[in-house]
Design a protein around this ligand. Structure first.
Ligand SMILES: [Zn+2]
Ligand SMILES: [Zn+2]
Length: 310
């Protein structure tokens, strides 16, 4: 799994940071990419990367503020031009479907692929053989959701040395072990699947929060996650503003990560008020509360591999 940050700014684009968008690359897992929020010019950010819009099968929108959705009609439309014919599903709050469809009707935009909308409510909003996605409502000035993506446990590997040592012939019997079935050899020996298959590998949990002030709901969504992505629009000097505008500070985000016992905290949605030379202090303030904090910037890519964030 890879995280490609396309926009890490707050409110409006700046020269340093575009508005919100994050690509979650699940190419090794399921051959798909999922996009979280789609601020204005997200497709321009994609042009500066190797990401392929036709690989995006799902878009999750946290809330209807412009800095999270104004890039959506353009992205959807260009996906048609780029030969996208795979269906696409958009998950988001009530009103999103109406906004997109109205925009397409008035601009006479026609897509070459089926587009489906799912109106998000709290609880499980998507599940397949590999992933469960849960939504929880946060505390912002408009309805806003956070998403918790849980990868299901991966089947354990077949331990070939053990299989060979026990004299199991190559062929269909090996497939039986992978299904969890015990196998009887021609000489009558019974070999248990549990003896030749490693224990299942735990899947990852990734929590992506939308705009929010400090709240219990964020802690719940992030509980024991491997990675939580939390907004940090303000800092300790502007804590009053944060609460008034439904946002969090760097320190509040770190408190959520610490209380939820997550492994890594990635901060995004930074206000343009913070200039590059402010960022080391901004980061240090969060790390005082939660040491495994990382500041994101546009076009930053992280790889999750063997329980490590690279
Ligand atoms: Zn925002
Ligand atoms: Zn917002």
């Amino acid at each position: 799994m890879q995280l490609h940050f396309l926009g890490t700014g707050a409110g409006m684009p700046s020269k340093e940071r575009n508005t919100s968008a994050l690509m979650v690359k699940l190419l090794d897992e399921i051959g798909e990419m999922w996009l979280f929020d789609c601020g204005e010019a997200t497709q321009h950010q994609i042009l500066h990367s190797s990401l392929k819009p036709r690989k995006v099968t799902k878009i999750f929108i946290t809330h209807l503020h412009g800095d999270h959705i104004f890039g959506l009609p353009g992205f959807l439309s260009s996906r048609s031009f780029q030969g996208g014919d795979e269906p696409l599903t958009i998950f988001g709050p009530a009103g999103l479907q109406q906004w997109v469809e109205q925009t397409f009707t008035l601009s006479k935009t026609h897509l070459t692929y089926p587009l489906q909308f799912v109106e998000v409510q709290e609880g499980v909003i998507y599940e397949d053989a590999h992933f469960t996605v849960r939504a929880g409502e946060l505390r912002h000035v408009v309805p806003c959701f956070g998403y918790r993506i849980e990868q299901k446990d991966l089947p354990g590997e077949l331990l070939m040395e053990k299989v060979q040592a026990l004299g199991v012939p190559k062929g269909p019997l090996l497939g039986q072990f992978k299904k969890g079935n015990d196998v009887e050899l021609e000489n009558g020996t019974i070999i248990k699947a549990t003896d030749v298959v490693a224990s299942p590998k735990k899947g990852f949990t990734l929590t992506i929060l939308g705009d929010t002030k400090y709240c219990e709901e964020a802690v719940l969504l992030a509980e024991h996650a491997d990675i939580v992505i939390h907004e940090a629009t303000f800092d300790g000097d502007t804590v009053g503003l944060a609460a008034n505008y439904g946002h969090s500070t760097n320190v509040e985000a770190a408190m959520v990560a610490s209380r939820a016992n997550v492994k890594f905290l990635l901060l995004n949605h930074l206000s343009a008020r913070f200039l590059p030379h402010d960022l080391p202090i901004f980061l240090a303030q969060a790390q005082e509360i939660f040491p495994q904090t990382v500041l994101t910037s546009d076009q930053m890519v992280f790889t999750w591999s063997n329980d490590e964030l690279l």
